[in-house]
Design a protein around this ligand. Structure first.
Ligand code: ADP
Length: 401
């Protein structure tokens, strides 16, 4: 059995191929700058003797139709997939499922219509995801295709956590509410944590921290998400690479009145020029940690603000869950930055969180625990694998049709 996972962005296409019942990864690729003259495509795969091979192609790729064609050719030439017809299914990452989708679905005309209707909630992402679906359907019309939504895992959040204290009609008429994102990753690492702890997920209270360029936290009770830090859009919550996370919304009125910034400028300010980058001019956590260690004050401040916000979310989700059994770090920063993990767990012993400095500073690329022996709460580092999760949900959906 072969399953292809597609993540179609506005100018990029990421893909990963899985084989066998166990969903072993066999190839993955990235096509970038679609529609521009500098576009490129790369594929990594394991050859017959198990060696990692890479191929790179630099040529203009005018649109997603061409990108999928190139992906098909690269997969064929690498010997990984002779034809898309060989696939048992294609799983698509779709960013916004609104309130319509609480789980992954088999894609038909109605689903496509519903995803289109949700475009106002994710104007950049959903159209790009839909293009991927449409083009893949053209290339492989008989292969079942499944949509896996970033928001779906958070649909279990109760009304008191997803509603904002705004006039209620804004929810009823315009669906203004918290949706949350990174759901595929939060769901995956929570399940991995339960497996690692050898405890049914139904018995666990887990806080998952997905810390990449985008960052979000989730509170998970018995396998169901009860709160998450991203909101109606991915701007709310934790401090991120270039996004502010939580701020006083009145800052926007102040800046509009005092500095004359218009809506688009405010949007760019909060989404692209804030967060770590806004504070210290860099959004790469590796550089920030290095600069902070050399004594750069802005880098130190950026790191401290990032970790302090994280700590506040951990505390508030411990309260929301009524106690927690396990905290999970994942994403590029969560999996790799011992400094961030240490800073946000600092002085939390009274709450049952005791990080083991030595275990924390030993880099490993597989699931491992970093708490002290006597820590009441387990602290786990778990590499996320959103593509695997999408592939496995795709298998589940196609096995039910
Ligand atoms: P995205 O949200 O784009 O998928 P990733 O999950 O890949 O992002 O995470 C990117 C972030 O991870 C960057 O801020 C990068 O600096 C950080 N990161 C990667 N490796 C390390 C490391 N060894 N130490 C600290 N930060 C790291």
């Amino acid at each position: 059995m072969k399953i292809l996972v597609l993540n179609s962005g506005s100018s990029s296409l990421k893909f990963k191929l899985f084989r066998e019942k166990e969903l072993l990864p066999s190839a993955s690729g990235l096509i970038e700058q679609i529609g521009e003259k500098d576009s490129s495509a790369q594929l990594s795969f394991l050859d017959a003797s198990g060696n990692n091979k890479k191929v790179q192609l630099n040529e203009p790729i005018s649109d997603h139709r061409k990108a999928i064609k190139i992906m098909t050719v690269m997969l064929r030439e690498s010997g990984m997939l002779a034809d898309l017809k060989e696939l048992a299914g294609i799983g698509h990452r779709v960013v916004h499922g609104g309130e319509s989708f609480q789980q992954p679905v088999y894609i038909d005309e109605n689903v496509i219509r519903a995803i289109k209707k949700l475009t106002p909630l994710a104007p950049l992402h959903n159209p790009a995801n839909l293009t991927g679906i449409e083009v893949a359907t053209e290339h492989a019309p008989r292969i079942p295709q499944v949509a896996v939504f970033d928001t779906a895992f958070h649909q279990s959040i109760p009304a008191h956590a997803y509603l904002y204290a705004l006039p209620y009609y804004l929810y009823e008429k315009q669906k203004v509410r918290r949706y949350g994102f990174h759901g595929t990753s939060h769901a995956y690492v929570a399940r991995q944590a339960a497996q690692y702890l050898d405890t049914p997920i139904e018995n666990l209270h887990i806080i998952t921290l997905h810390l990449g360029n985008g960052a979000s936290a989730a509170a998970i009770q018995g396998g169901k998400c009860i709160d998450t830090s991203m909101g109606m859009t991915p701007l709310e919550g934790l401090v991120m690479g270039t996004r502010s996370g939580d701020i006083d919304p009145a800052i926007l009125f102040y800046l509009a009145r005092e500095s004359g910034l218009d809506i688009d400028e405010l949007d760019t300010l909060l989404n692209k020029k804030s967060g770590l980058k806004g504070i210290c001019g860099d959004n790469d956590m590796r550089h920030i940690c290095e600069s902070a260690a050399r004594g750069n004050q802005h880098a130190k401040l950026a790191l401290t603000i990032f970790c302090y916000r994280l700590k506040k979310y951990i505390g508030s989700y411990m309260a929301a869950l009524g106690g927690v059994d396990c905290i999970v770090f994942t994403g590029g920063i969560g999996e790799n930055s011992a400094t961030v993990r240490e800073e946000c767990c600092l002085d939390m012993e009274r709450l049952g969180i005791s990080l083991d400095i030595r275990k924390n500073s030993t880099q490993q690329n597989t699931i491992h625990e970093i708490q002290k022996k006597n820590s009441r709460i387990s602290i786990l580092v778990i590499p996320t694998d959103e593509e695997y999760e999408i592939a496995s949900q795709t298998v589940q959906v196609i096995s039910e049709i």
